[in-house]
Design a protein around this ligand. Structure first.
Ligand SMILES: [Zn+2]
Length: 168
């Protein structure tokens, strides 16, 4: 589609671009994705300082060492560390606005997971809120983080600021 100015020059051309990638997941991501199909959240521990990465990419970005020890199974409960209320629609995001994106520190993990928040009034969203995963029906689970539809308030008391301040 093009738009022409009065003098006949083309001033704007719209050219939708889409790229599709295929790549090998590798050992760590494969382990993580297979566990997701079983409804398990698997992290891995850095052998240097013990930090648990979720999901693990197979190496510690801080120490530059492989992370190949025993997988660490994490809870599907966590703490809402930060959030953003999105009020601007986008063709690239198939969600009705407003919606809430959250960064969740799963219990037992040292890295945060970005996801969505549901079942919560906008004015009630706050840092330190305890949340839990809402899963798709089990027969729909695939090798995908999308098995978790969103997080919702768990009803537990808020986490202390000190417990998540290093992850903001
Ligand atoms: Zn490390």
């Amino acid at each position: 589609m093009s738009e022409e100015a009065k003098n006949g020059a083309v001033e704007l051309i719209r050219t939708p671009v889409q790229l599709e990638y295929k790549y090998s997941a590798g050992r760590s991501a494969s382990r993580f994705l297979r566990a997701m199909k079983e409804g398990k959240l698997i992290g891995q521990r850095c052998p240097v300082d013990g930090r648990v990465y979720f999901p693990s990419r197979g190496s510690c970005p801080q120490h530059g060492v492989p992370i190949e020890g025993e997988p660490v199974e994490l809870s599907d409960h966590g703490t809402l560390v930060t959030f953003s209320i999105v009020r601007i629609p986008s063709d690239a995001v198939p969600l009705d606005v407003p919606f809430v994106t959250v960064q969740v520190l799963l219990d037992g993990a040292d890295t945060i997971l970005m996801h969505l928040l549901g079942n919560c009034e906008l004015e009630e969203v706050h840092m330190g809120m305890r949340v839990k995963a809402v899963w798709k029906p089990k027969d729909e689970w695939e090798e995908s983080v999308a098995n978790i539809l969103y997080f919702e308030p768990s009803g537990e008391p808020d986490a202390s600021y000190d417990s998540y301040k290093e992850h903001i």
